[in-house]
Design a protein around this ligand. Structure first.
Ligand SMILES: [Zn+2]
Length: 376
């Protein structure tokens, strides 16, 4: 055995145990080195240590497959250590806990990937948990100018969904304005509120952010007196006052805007349109409906009129239209509780009729002036 060893030693100079190639980063010289795994990595050549690298400072650098190429944070930027021996690679990578963190050159990419992932996760979190909360918190904070802007966008959708005909018969328009003014003043709301009767057979009414209230001729056609319509308008003003529509818009818009972000529609342009559509077609919460009813009942009492006719109108409409989409039922679910509540609040009138009989007939005919309607 001894002889064999001697022969080997004679046949070749002692080969480095773990040959690696080292570039010191200041010259182009290629050092054949051996590595010693001490407290720090010792890079040795010609029986002396060229340099030591702290394991925590060692980073992976770009290199060809089959080779581990390393850099060191405390070494010159171009200093490299190249290792092909698989066993050495395994042993060294086990010691370098931060081999793949904050890589020079890959740092930006890693950060972007990390942040994108974090953003995606938080967006999903916001969609699932945060948006309803945010909508409640944000709705009261939306500035009026923005609310009007949102209302304008939503109005464009109203135009698409329900047609774009505002009824303009002059006597009807005068009666409608009188009725709205009486309700608005009793509700303590300013004159910025815009209202219109739309020529569509759908029995509905709704409010948009920024103070637009629409009454559909289909609901007017089913109404038997001004108090019925007044109650519905007061209910819609209640939604405005409580900013329920803005809250819905933030909720629907927020959700789709954030989803748009996830899928690259950063402008969220489609999102706002989607949100506006849901604003017109989706329902308020039961709580919002109850609050709007409370508001309407209060307004009618202040006018010296009964809220009961409003309940009767809604019951009449929902009774016949319950199966149809886009009926007032779809966004104003009428439960028997609501009708009962309005009936319970029934009181003998103490105020004058909101419209004269003649004005009421004019309002009923607001969409039948023979000249059609103007475009929104
Ligand atoms: Zn409502």
């Amino acid at each position: 055995m001894d002889g064999d060893s001697g022969l080997e030693n004679i046949a070749a100079p002692p080969a480095p145990v773990n040959p690696a190639i080292y570039f010191d980063g200041t010259s182009s010289r290629r050092h054949v080195v051996t590595l010693a795994f001490n407290d720090q990595l010792a890079i040795n050549a010609d029986d002396h240590t060229l340099v030591t690298w702290s394991y925590a400072d060692i980073r992976r650098a770009d290199g060809p497959t089959g080779m581990l190429r390393l850099a060191c944070l405390t070494a010159p930027a171009l200093a490299r250590l190249e290792i092909r021996d698989a066993a050495v690679v395994v042993e060294l990578t086990a010691r370098c806990s931060k081999l793949d963190t904050n890589l020079p050159g890959q740092r930006g990419v890693a950060a972007i990937v990390g942040w994108s992932l974090a953003a995606a996760i938080s967006i999903l979190g916001v969609v699932l948990f945060g948006v309803p909360l945010a909508a409640d918190r944000l709705a009261p904070l939306v500035p009026p100018a923005l609310e009007r802007r949102l209302g304008d966008v939503a109005e464009g959708q109203v135009k698409i969904i329900f047609g774009n005909n505002i009824c303009t018969a002059a006597p009807g328009r005068a009666a409608f304005n009188k009725l709205v003014d009486e309700i608005r003043e009793a509700a303590g709301m300013d004159t910025s509120i815009q209202t219109a009767v739309l020529s569509t057979a759908i029995p509905n009414a709704f409010a948009l952010p920024g103070g637009k209230v629409y009454l559909f001729n289909g609901l007017l056609a089913k109404a038997e007196n001004a108090d019925e319509i007044a109650g519905v308008l007061a209910h819609e003003l209640g939604h405005l006052k409580h900013r329920d529509n803005t809250r819905n818009l933030i909720y629907n818009g927020g959700t789709s805007f954030l989803i748009g972000l996830l899928f690259g529609d950063v402008t969220g342009s489609g999102a706002l349109i989607f949100a506006s559509r849901s604003l017109v077609t989706a329902s308020y919460t039961r709580e919002a409906e109850q609050n709007a009813d409370t508001f309407a009942i209060d307004v009618m009492h202040r006018l010296g009129r009964s809220p009961k006719p409003m309940g009767e109108l809604l019951f009449r409409v929902t009774g016949k239209e319950a199966d149809k989409p886009l009926s007032i039922l779809s966004n104003h679910p009428l439960t028997e509780d609501r009708l009962k509540r309005m009936s319970d609040e029934d009181r003998p009138p103490t105020g004058p009729p909101l419209l004269t009989a003649e004005e009421w007939m004019s309002l009923k005919a607001i969409c039948s002036d023979g000249k059609g309607a103007i475009t929104l």
